[in-house]
Design a protein around this ligand. Structure first.
Ligand code: ADP
Length: 266
């Protein structure tokens, strides 16, 4: 379906944000339509994680509007934001499963937090979601018994246990070997196709971006260079986009180091 026939799930208008006195996003506009996978791409320090923070309502912007599922989150109070968050699943880097709980209990956590379902129902729901991520039958294992890729998939199962309409992924393939990263790409596609989710993925992995994107938004130094389909981005005459796609090694190697350094700092 053409994006023009769809409703927007996310609309960001003229978003300006600061860290201290430094302006980071300089008036960003992005629309993500229902049922599409939007990739937020850009070099290190371009503002991808910052944009994600604001989409998740974790910080208040200096100016601009962010509409999520029809609600302007810059104007919601804490209770309204909490309600909206039930429709927003997030898979952060690292997965962050609680090591003292089984995989199944980890997946049930949002149900404990947000619902009053009985224990048995929660177990069944968790099991169903573990099946979606190809971890059926693993619910009684402890996180330490899982591989890195399995932990990521279990974290996705936890993020979708409430059937969110929107799913956010932050660098899903970071630290994974190519085969495991490809499995995660397949899973993201499955969430869109089988569960009709709208999905935003922040990544600097070009291969993965091109494989799963319906559209790509390219950020550069706090500005959006373009939003378009894979073909449109590839065909862009913009020099900075082409340089990003061709990965000029001198700048990108440095960027990757910086990125790793930041990851390990968190
Ligand atoms: P990306 O995710 O694309 O690597 P970020 O959104 O993390 O980029 O960073 C965008 C800019 O904001 C960078 O210049 C970075 O140094 C700066 N920045 C990020 N986080 C903070 C912070 N907590 N405090 C101050 N500056 C920050």
């Amino acid at each position: 379906m053409a994006t023009s026939d769809r409703n927007p799930a996310i609309e960001v208008r003229d978003l300006v944000t600061h860290y201290g006195n430094t302006e980071i996003l300089h008036g960003v506009n992005v629309t993500v339509y229902e049922g599409e996978i939007m990739i937020i791409m850009g070099g290190s320090g371009s503002g991808k994680s910052t944009l994600l923070r604001y989409l998740l309502g974790l910080s208040i912007p200096t100016s601009g509007n962010i509409s999520i599922l029809g609600k302007d989150i810059t104007k919601l109070d804490a209770m309204e934001m909490q309600e909206l968050r039930k429709n927003m699943g997030v898979a952060f880097q690292g997965g962050a499963l609680l090591s003292s709980m089984t995989v199944g209990e980890n997946v049930q956590l949002p149900l404990f937090e947000h619902t009053r379902l009985d224990r048995k129902t929660m177990q069944i729901m968790a099991r169903m979601k573990l099946e979606v991520v190809n971890l059926g039958g693993f619910e009684d294992l402890m996180p330490a018994q899982l591989s890195g890729g399995m932990i990521k998939r279990a974290a996705v199962a936890r993020a979708i246990v409430m059937d969110p309409k929107l799913m956010f992924f932050d660098e899903p393939s970071a630290g994974l070997d190519p085969v495991v990263a490809a499995e995660l790409d397949e899973l993201i596609l499955r969430l869109r196709d089988a569960m009709q989710m709208t999905i935003v993925v922040v990544t600097h992995e070009l291969q993965s971006a091109f494989k799963i994107a319906d559209r790509i938004t390219v950020l550069d130094r706090g500005n959006i260079l373009m939003s378009g389909t894979v073909e449109e981005v590839r065909a862009s005459g913009n020099e900075r986009i082409q340089s990003l796609l061709n990965r000029r090694p001198s700048t990108e190697e440095l960027a990757a180091d910086e990125y790793l350094e930041r990851l390990t700092r968190i």
